[in-house]
Design a protein around this ligand. Structure first.
Ligand code: NAP
Length: 262
């Protein structure tokens, strides 16, 4: 928690209005950080009053520039990128629309590039090493039928984060000015983005909660990600985490029928 009279450390969550990003934003607010959320809709519900929000559509370059400039105007202690465009539904590559692909690239990849580009200088100015948390997915490792655009954009984002992490390590081996960490859920997570893709009456009881990302987010806020730079962490429903090499989440792929055949 901040000491009275001291400035609160600042954090940014891109895509923090709902889902996993919201879980991270709430946890960082619990840790005493001054959290700014960028998303199209405002955070709502319990705890939303602790979050600052600037309306930002990642497909609108003026809005993104404004939102990221606001975030990077002062040192940042922590940044999370969780925004995602899943797409309307699973579809075979031959049935995919170019407009959907471009939106996946804009939100899942280009938004991440812009956020890295605009916020890394502010993370370097933090009083302790700043930490950048990228929300990854099992699809990065498993790919799969019916989700080519989502898989490709998420995999590219993950490699982008790895490249930045490696550059940081090369510049200051063991003494990084900022740390880059990726985290992915061990199972499906019950989020608005997933609910939009499920039929009414679907049973979510086996799904994880976005709050499962709270313990890792609080750890990153407290330690600035010490010992976790460059890691890919799998977070389970209890909030525990392990490196991806010690147990990859199972693939969520399933057979998809061509729209033309249905
Ligand atoms: N849920 C799962 O089971 C699961 C599994 C593996 C990985 N993940 C990963 O977890 C992350 C979050 O997914 P989620 O399921 O939590 O999704 P979600 O509930 O749909 O949240 C997505 C966030 O992205 C924001 N967003 C989407 N389009 C945007 C745009 N054009 N401009 C600005 N913000 C935009 C949304 O805010 P607005 O709608 O307010 O704009 C929201 O804050 C993603 O990186 C995903 O790959 C999720």
């Amino acid at each position: 928690m901040p000491v009275e009279g001291q400035h609160r450390r600042r954090a940014l969550v891109v895509g923090g209005s709902t889902g996993l990003g919201r879980g991270v934003a709430d946890a960082w607010a619990d840790s005493g950080l001054d959290v700014l959320v960028l998303s199209r809709s405002a955070p709502t519900g319990p705890g939303a009053d602790r979050l600052r929000w600037t309306a930002t559509d990642l497909t609108d370059s003026d809005q993104v520039a404004r939102g990221l400039a606001e975030a990077a105007a002062a040192p940042l202690h922590a940044v999370c990128y969780s925004a995602v465009h899943y797409g309307a539904g699973r579809a075979l590559f031959r049935d995919c629309e170019e407009t959907e692909w471009r939106r996946q690239i804009d939100v899942n990849l280009h938004g991440l590039w812009l956020t890295l580009s605009r916020t890394l200088p502010a993370l370097r100015r933090a009083d302790a090493p700043g930490v950048f948390l990228g929300i990854s997915s099992e699809v990065v490792y498993n790919a799969g039928p019916g989700r080519s655009g989502y898989a490709a954009s998420k995999a590219a984002g993950s490699v982008l984060l790895d490249s930045v992490a490696q550059e940081e390590s090369a510049e200051a081996p063991g003494a990084e000015a900022l740390r880059v960490v990726q985290a992915l859920p061990a199972e499906m997570v019950d989020t608005p983005g997933i609910r939009r893709r499920r039929p009414e009456g679907f049973d979510y009881s086996a799904y994880m909660s976005p709050a499962s990302f709270g313990p890792l987010a609080r750890e990153l806020a407290a330690t600035s990600g010490a010992g976790l730079h460059g890691a890919h962490l799998v977070v389970d429903g209890t909030g525990a985490w392990h490196p991806v090499g010690e147990g990859l989440p199972r693939s969520q792929s399933r057979t998809v029928r061509s729209r033309a055949a249905s």
